[in-house]
Design a protein around this ligand. Sequence first.
Ligand code: ADP
Ligand code: MG
Length: 378
Amino acid sequence: MVARQQTILPTECIGILGGGQLGRMLAMVARQMGYQVAILEPSKDCPAAPFANHHITKPYDSQDGLLELAKLSRVVTTEFENVPAASIRLLKDFGCQVYPDENSIRIAQNRGNEKSFFRSIGLETAEFKIINNQDDIELIGTDMFPAILKTTTLGYDGKGQIRVKDLAELVVAYQQLGGECILEKLVDLAYECSVIVARNQTGAKCFPLIENYHRDGILDISYIPANLSADILSRANNAAISMVEALDYIGILTIEFFITIDNRILVNEIAPRPHNSGHITIESCITSQFEQQLRAICGLPLGDTEVKIPGAMLNLLGDVWLDNRDAFAKLCADSNAKFHWYEKLEAKKARKMGHLSLTGKDRLLLEDKVMKLKQSLN
Ligand code: ADP
Ligand code: MG
């Protein structure tokens, strides 16, 4: 049973934990819809700052900061999964609605919890073993290799992950990562895709499946809709819906899937927030993932998620910007390209600085344009 939600209308204030690019795009849409925005983000020059009516520059676990956020906001949401659980509890104690809830965020914070949860509701995952010390490694069978060792917490964009092909490499990798890790057997990937699903008291709705391509563990290109069989689409959708139902979830949830070469669907991970792969919904779908998040947390009816026009999203990393100052002109050379820049002060290698969206009816043409743009940046 979905908890009773209050309907929150403009010009009330939406609170956001975090001020990165996801917070920025959420704040932009909130402002466009007439809401006010308050962010709790220690960094003064963060990407969301230009769109926030109120910016509390305090840490995510600052009691004063959380109290200020709770006083300002009718509802608080998060743009990242690593918010301290205690902060969510405090906001609730201060009388504030917070979506998604602490339980869902706690599951998404730990790869081990995530995978156990997926399995508990009957969804398949890659084979995995939790490793807490060198003794645990001795119990790993040779059938687990090749594999990836990942820290269970705080990893993102391929960080905190080491590929290992045998026990000897695993021993070395664990010495590097330490703490609680998860060893995942390497999956024979045919495709990677994601489903973004929103749920509130009015129901649950999925966006069309998105097809994702990674480079060095970081999302590189996404296409909507995914060019995959109807069977895969419906299985991924069913998995997403069963997940939000099981969590009694309110807000936006993203589920990353691996499609294996023998056509199995494995759940990789979840994010209790909008997702990099969903940026293309801004141009391609009737409702963007950010508007949908606002509708979900404000208790409004969810928006239509159909694709108006197929699209592709291309991530722009700091590498490009560092090595190629005239990249902007090159990217805008395609008259169809929509340029998004996150106003991060410093470009660093592998840091997401912005993205580019392209739309068009013909998937092959889209792919061709994406490849040409990528080549122009190299
Ligand atoms: P992150 O939180 O960094 O996104 P992921 O678990 O999604 O971590 O891993 C990043 C990428 O690494 C995945 O999108 C996929 O391309 C690859 N990867 C991760 N785990 C596996 C696996 N078990 N088998 C094959 N590829 C994997
Ligand atoms: Mg991932």
